[in-house]
Design a binder for this molecule. Structure first.
Ligand code: PAF
Length: 288
């Protein structure tokens, strides 16, 4: 049986008109913010929202404010018809797909910035990125007024920054983390993976493998990160990664840099294969 077509709204007022009756009827609303080019990682967010909420709203908006490189924005994969079909098949109730003018009308001059957790890792390598993310996510939360909003752990720093924003600004929403979905060979799913050549795709899973090996040694606590990480970087470089932005150990809660695993931590990586930037992160628990 084919799923019924998904209702699509493109304006904030149409979104509010569609969601208000649900809210008035006391139905919980789940929000899944995306930039489209949906894959199984996004569908895991939708599936979780559908399981936990009476109504699920997905958003597709390729947010120009969070791209630090114009060529990345230009080549970001798009395909709304396919995305809408996938959302319908996964029991999503509504798609909000505004255009740039709807989200940022002429004269738009506000931004939401979260300091501290935004200033490390991608905050260093992608200037302005997190302010773009928090500005658009804050708007989406205020536009849809969901009870819960779903974010993937694949973008763990984004998840941390969004959680901090919601807490600091008293936005009445529960931010729900959803585990990273991986290919069978360990590569984290990402909309950007379509840009990998067959040769780069063959090398890409090494990132996760090297991270797992480093994480296991870090958890043992015998060898410090300062020795294990340069060795890992060298292995990635030798295998064909063209640039490594970071391979780094940080605390899982406030993202402070760590030398050893003396509290719950995560190992983070951002590395390039040609013009494609891959990011990944995995938990590292201290052995007690
Ligand atoms: O993770 C993403 O796809 C984006 O950063 C988000 C959360 C939809 C904001 O544009």
């Amino acid at each position: 049986m084919t799923a019924a077509a998904l209702p699509i709204v493109r304006t904030v007022s149409a979104l509010r008109q569609a969601t208000q009756p649900w809210r008035r009827a006391g139905e919980t609303i789940g929000l899944v913010p995306t930039m489209g080019a949906l894959h199984a990682g996004h569908l895991a967010l939708v599936e979780r929202s559908v399981r936990e909420c009476a109504r699920s709203v997905a958003t597709i908006f390729v947010n120009p404010k969070q791209f630090d490189r114009q060529e990345d924005l230009k080549k970001y994969p798009r395909g709304e018809a396919r995305d809408a079909r996938l959302l319908a098949e996964n029991a999503c109730n509504l798609l909000f797909a505004p255009d740039v003018e709807e989200m940022y009308p002429a004269g738009f001059s506000s931004s939401v910035a979260v300091t501290g957790v935004s200033d490390v890792l991608d905050g260093v390598h992608r200037p302005g990125h997190f302010t773009g993310v928090t500005t658009v996510v804050c708007k989406l939360l205020l536009q849809a007024l969901p009870d819960r909003a779903y974010f993937g752990e694949k973008d763990f720093q984004q998840l941390t920054v969004v959680k901090r924003m919601a807490r600091d600004l008293d936005i009445p929403v529960e931010i729900v983390p959803v585990p990273t979905v991986r290919e069978a060979d360990g590569l984290a799913l990402s909309s950007r993976n379509v840009h990998l050549t067959p040769e780069q795709r063959a090398v890409a899973p090494l990132l996760h493998r090297v991270m797992q090996e480093i994480a296991a040694e870090l958890a043992d606590g015998e060898t410090p990160a300062s020795l294990l990480i340069p060795e890992g970087q060298m292995r990635l470089g030798t295998a064909g990664f063209t640039k490594i932005d970071y391979l780094a150990l940080h605390a899982a809660d406030d993202l402070a840099p760590l030398a050893r695993v003396d509290r719950p931590a995560r190992l983070f990586a951002a590395a390039w294969l040609g013009t494609t930037r891959l990011i990944d992160n995995i938990p590292v628990q201290p052995r007690s």
